[in-house]
Write a protein that binds this ligand. Structure first.
Ligand code: PEP
Ligand code: MG
Length: 541
């Protein structure tokens, strides 16, 4: 037995087997199968589905880029039908009794090497195509079971680091806890772990030989214990039970009002990354959604989500919340949230670069598609929209102009929508300083303390080395929050906090006394905060 120390991202205790996550191995794993015929059948079904996808892509490209640009998808269809390619996959499955994904990956490598070695330039270029179609085929093959964990049993997943898109694609039911060597407590991956309510530690310097070993993740004390002896195991099992009892007690907060002892009501909303967080939102009795990080919708895809796709997701969340407010933040990519198909240039300083609203105001077709989907969803409940990374009044005016265009385009084609509250995130010092002017323009503010801390303290929130001085309790931040609330209230604009600081129970009474109107937190913090708010006063007594 030995233990390693790290930093807690989400407290809680997990006991289970460790599984190493290797990025290079993520896409394809090799394992033996018993039923060769079944595996070959899987390939043939996946091939048909992939061809259907390519046909749809061809049609789309034909409209968007014309015949010559669309042609490639026809070539890809032909390559997928190539008998040598298909025979190679089947032979590998039969001769090695291995899974289809592995057979496709090996075939792809072999064929790509063969094309690359040819003299003809045209044939050389087919190397990339064969890899491309194979990746597509593998994705379809993995469709049913596209998770990161290899086991059936839930595991403690150990990784060097995880990107937000890797985290968002995980099958949460198979993960007991995360541990990573690197990564920052303020990164989006850490935020996702909190939203999922999964115990998570970062900065754990583990050796690869922990793979398959039993371990305890002690998220309360930031410890990983490997091969725990019986006494320790017993101790943690007891602790786990105590946590479950505490959780049960908190359940009594369900259905109760979020109101201070002296009668001030606070909206207690939830932050989500997507539809998969909704069960947790409902079971924790959130009064609304205060931050739907819509960019995760884009991160999950390998191409721009269409208006229809987005509409379906927003509508489903709005309908699930049945009349409660759902505030969706428009696309906030850049910095640690990179999306390949956006083809963004590599930047020296991406946190201060071409990101969030800056992209939307520049590539307005992407912005308008999202706004249309959002306005269409508004007809099904109570939608709010907020805009990230605002630094000026001009930006807000431009946004409002585009919103009006979108509304009138929808009206022209007879699509109805409802009243939508418009808000902005206050997450730059500039927005704080002009908050009185900004308040005249919008219905609400949502303070993004994660970025506000980054930009005010000049500390990269991704930089693990600086985690110890990344301090959202810094007096500068607390003063800014008070200033924003006061300025907003002068113009009847309501104010919430959706950054991680909003969930800090040690500050709840302070925020209430400052006059905060809303707190939006990961679902797992809703009930503890409700209990905290019901125990504090708004006015000094
Ligand atoms: C924030 O910056 O506080 C925020 C809520 O947005 P994100 O963490 O997604 O940048
Ligand atoms: Mg932010």
């Amino acid at each position: 037995m030995y233990s390693l120390n790290g930093k807690t991202v989400f407290a809680g205790i997990a006991i289970g087997k460790v599984e190493l996550f290797k990025k290079e191995q993520q896409s394809v794993r090799r394992y033996n199968i018993d039923n060769v015929d079944f595996e070959i059948k899987r390939v043939s079904i996946a091939k048909e589905k992939t061809i259907a996808q390519l046909k749809a892509l061809y049609e789309k490209a034909l409209i968007e880029v014309g015949e010559s640009g669309a042609m490639i998808f026809e070539i890809h269809q032909m390559m997928l039908e190539d008998q040598d390619y298909l025979d190679s996959i089947d032979n590998i499955i039969k001769s090695q009794s291995v899974n289809a994904e592995y057979a496709v990956a090996v075939t792809a490598d072999n064929f790509a090497n063969m094309f690359a070695a040819m003299d003809d330039e045209y044939m050389q270029a087919r190397a990339a195509d064969v890899k491309d179609i194979s990746e597509r085929l593998i994705t379809v093959l993995k469709g049913k079971n596209d998770d990161m964990s290899q086991s059936e049993e839930p595991v403690i997943l150990a990784a060097d680091d995880l990107s937000p898109s890797e985290t968002v694609q995980m099958d949460k039911s198979k993960i007991l806890a995360f541990i990573t060597k690197y990564g920052s407590a303020n990164s989006h991956t850490a935020i996702l772990a909190r939203t999922m309510g999964i115990p998570a530690l970062i900065g754990i310097d583990y050796d690869e030989d922990i793979n398959g070993k039993i371990a305890v993740v002690d998220g309360i004390n930031g410890k990983l214990i490997i091969n725990p002896d019986n006494d320790i195991l017993q101790k943690y099992k007891t602790k786990q039970n105590e946590e479950a009892v505490k959780k049960k007690l908190l359940n009594e907060m369900k259905g109760k009002e979020t109101i201070t002892k002296d009668g001030r009501k606070i909206k207690l909303y939830s932050n989500i990354g997507g539809v998969s967080d909704m069960p947790s939102v409902l079971s924790n009795d959130a009064e609304g959604i205060g931050l739907f990080r819509s960019e995760f919708l884009y991160l999950e895809k390998d191409n721009y989500p269409t208006e229809e796709e987005q509409f379906a997701v927003y509508k489903s969340v709005v309908e699930t919340m049945a009349g409660k407010q759902v505030i969706i933040r428009t696309l906030d990519i850049g910095a640690d949230k990179q999306i390949g198909y956006f083809n963004l240039d590599k930047e020296e300083n991406p946190a201060m670069g071409y990101r969030a609203i800056r992209i939307c105001l520049d590539r307005t077709e992407i912005f308008k598609t999202q706004l249309k989907a959002l306005y269409r969803a508004s007809a099904f409940g109570n939608v709010g929209i907020m805009f990230p990374m605002i630094i000026s009044i001009e930006e807000v005016k431009k946004i409002k102009k585009i919103v009006e265009e979108v509304k009138s385009e929808l009206s022209t084609i007879g699509i109805s929508y409802s009243k939508v509250e418009l808000g902005i995130m206050i997450e730059t010092p500039a927005a704080v300083m002009i908050s009185e002017e900004l308040a005249k323009e919008v219905d609400f503010f949502s303070i993004g303390t994660n970025d506000l801390t980054q930009y005010t303290l000049a500390i990269d929130r991704q930089n693990q080395k600086l985690d110890n001085i990344y301090d959202s309790h810094h007096p500068a931040i607390l003063k800014m929050i008070k200033m924003v609330i006061d300025n907003a209230h002068k113009h009847n604009t309501w104010v919430g906090i959706c950054g991680e600081l909003g969930a800090d129970i040690t500050l709840t009474e302070k925020f209430v006394k400052m006059g905060i109107d809303e707190l939006s937190v990961s679902p797992n913090f809703i009930l503890p905060l409700r209990s905290g708010i019901r125990n504090c006063n708004y006015r000094n007594v």
